[in-house]
Design a protein around this ligand. Structure first.
Ligand SMILES: Nc1ncnc2c1ncn2[C@@H]1O[C@H](COP(=O)(O)OP(=O)(O)O)[C@@H](O)[C@H]1O
Ligand SMILES: [Mg+2]
Length: 372
């Protein structure tokens, strides 16, 4: 899986730019605020059809411009693809796959697979459970289209059930529908929990292996936290469904009192412990970063196990806040697959024994590419 080239027009601080990448390590070097992260954002957009720094695609338009585009050519599963994202100030973005306009953005999503690690990813450890669920869902939706479908359906039914609970005070007759929705949620929820359980089991194993290499003296433990009354998350979906139904009916009056759906995979979490203490509460900035990085690198291995191809690894500013031992560890991990890594100081990259360097200055990727 390789991104071969990217063309930008009026995207962020780029007016017009074409960049051809190498299949190995691509180092993107430049001072602050020159356009390094913007370039990674454009590459990631070819995979996710969204901009990782904003929910509003039009914010990617170069200030004052009415339209712009990101176009990328890549190879996936031995085939060539192109994706183009056209941005407009006054209408929604358009998406093209191999030159053909797609009705749904999801038709172009996930052909190019990427794993991004950026400073904001500390949220994976520090933020609330929602961030960790998003991390799991993003990977599982790419790996298992059926998971994507079930999750979408679950979210719809959940919203419906919450509305019933909310409106039940004014319209008590609504509660007649409640049991039916609880049953539907239990059926879908059981499938989601089972997918997550198996995924997390492997992810945790890989993340711990990776982490051990980076920080041999710090023991990492990752545990899946879901509805408390489930006795075995690896049991059949029918078995989990039965336990979910029992749980929800036992807690029915609490849900009616709270006017909201209190249990289910929408409350799931990953518990991340370092040396027996919560990483989020007790971890230092460097430790937290190492944990988050271990999770991301493990995610990349999961993709590889599934498809035999490494997703493109996008590393934005990963080396800051890591001591030189941990920096070495990161740089040693990027010998497989295609990697785009940004840095301010080329000296830190001297430890990489092969790669191409691009210099970014004021929205221009300078042509004098040099190999190190
Ligand atoms: N929509 C936009 N139009 C023009 N410039 C933008 C836009 N969004 C961000 N920028 C500019 O891009 C620069 C930051 O680029 P970035 O890629 O984050 O820098 P860095 O090289 O530090 O990673 C800032 O100068 C910012 O003002
Ligand atoms: Mg940056």
């Amino acid at each position: 899986m390789n991104i071969n080239c990217i063309k930008l027009e009026n995207f962020r601080n780029y007016k017009e730019q074409k960049v051809s990448f190498t299949g190995g390590v691509n180092i993107i070097c430049g001072e602050n605020a020159q356009g390094k992260t913007n370039l990674l954002e454009a590459v990631a957009a070819m995979s996710t059809i969204r901009l990782f720094r904003t929910g509003q695609k039009k914010e990617g338009l170069r200030f004052g411009e009415k339209q712009g585009k990101i176009y990328g050519e890549f190879t996936a599963e031995g085939r060539d693809f192109s994706v183009e994202l056209r941005l407009f100030d006054k209408k929604p973005a358009e998406v093209y796959r191999n030159g053909v306009r797609m009705k749904r953005q999801s038709d172009a999503r996930g052909i190019l697979k990427t794993v991004l690690f950026c400073p904001d990813d500390l949220y994976l450890i520090r933020a609330g459970a929602g961030a960790r669920r998003r991390f799991l869902d993003t990977a599982l939706c790419q790996l298992r289209p059926n998971y994507d479908k079930v999750l979408t359906e679950y979210e719809k039914v959940l919203a419906h059930k919450n509305k019933i609970l909310k409106d039940s005070e004014e319209k008590p007759e609504m509660l007649e529908l409640l049991d039916d929705f609880s049953l539907r949620l239990a059926r879908l929820g059981a499938i989601i929990i089972r997918y997550r359980a198996y995924y997390i089991r492997k992810l945790a194993e890989k993340a711990c292996q990776v982490h051990k290499l980076a920080a041999p003296n710090e023991k990492l433990d990752i545990t899946y936290k879901t509805v408390s009354s489930i006795t075995d998350v690896y049991a059949s979906a029918e078995h989990i469904e039965k336990e979910l139904i029992e749980h929800v009916f036992n807690h029915k009056r609490f849900e009616i009192a709270a006017k909201s759906c209190l249990s289910g995979p929408h409350k799931d979490d990953l518990e991340i412990m370092l040396c027996g203490a919560s990483a989020s509460s007790f971890g230092s900035q460097g430790q937290v970063r190492t944990c988050a990085l271990a999770l991301k690198l493990a995610e990349r291995e999961m993709f590889f196990d599934d498809s035999g191809e490494y997703p493109v690894l996008l590393l934005d500013d990963v080396l800051s806040e890591l001591d030189s031992k941990r920096q070495d560890f990161v740089l040693n991990r990027i010998d497989k697959g295609q990697v785009l890594i940004t840095c301010c100081d080329l000296d830190t990259m001297k430890k990489i024994n092969a790669g191409i360097v691009f210099f970014v200055k004021n929205g221009q990727v300078l042509k004098d590419i040099k190999k190190i």
